[in-house]
Design a protein around this ligand. Sequence first.
Ligand code: RRO
Length: 314
Amino acid sequence: MASSCRATVKTVGNRTGTSTKLLGLKFTNPLFLASGVMGTTPGGLKSAVDAGAGGVVTKSLGLEARKGHSSPNVVGVDCGYLNAMGLPNPGVEYFTEELSKVDVGAPVFASIFGEDPDQFAKLTEIASGAADGIELNLSCPHAEKVGSAVGTDPDLVERIVSKAVDATDLPVLAKLTPNTDRIVDIGRAAESGGAAGVVAINTVSGMAIDVETKRPVLGNVTGGLSGRAIHPVAVKAVYDLYEGLSVPIIGVGGVETPETAVELILAGASALQIGTAVATCELSVFRDVDRGLAEYLSQEDLSLEDLVGLAHRN
Ligand code: RRO
């Protein structure tokens, strides 16, 4: 894929000006590794931190190890990727044990998925043994009984979040799906359940068909679209959530340049996650975007906090 992502950036002295406190945690910058990319092993998470990520999110973990959907499970499309990985993961107990042996170097959020509030509570309890925060996956668009199957009913979302919050002292985030016209209702339900923040957005439901074979490309037929293509969808979701919620919003979707990062912060995001651009722009994306963000803040004479949601006040 053509890389339009590398920003022209200058270092602002020694300081980036983007360190931040959020959810009771300290981050060297507000750019976190999104779930699903490099997060299947603690070593992968550490590599992202070494490359400049301010925080990291694991691949989504379930109660049992899982192989995922048959391949092809990722396909490049214009301005992004379609994936239907199918939640492959080594199981929460194994991963938590491995994570406890590694100093990742920045706050780690354990992403978890389950079928009901009890499963989420159990997963939360186990993952809390090694993580600094929990991200509830209420939004994978292509899995049966989990992900958006449980994340589009506000009552169920509130019960899931509430049970997870009761099972831990760590901050609990709810990752929301864009594949609904009720994202604000769902975000409010997560907030009522005690979520410390919400993450918006997971991938947008999509599919690709091969014109030669005349068959769907992905092994699972449908998948989730990520990358630059979904950036405007993420901006709108974050903007709407900022109007309707009081808890912090973590924006994700097509962040690959300082401009795309600033846009999501102006919409209302207090921090951001980067996933697809780690593949399309390489790991340097964290430092490149952070430097560009710092330069923008310096030029505009604004703090990061000033910038959050500024589009609503201008
Ligand atoms: O593993 C996946 O197929 C996957 C997950 Br858990 C998710 O949350 N979002 C996505 O696009 N793919």
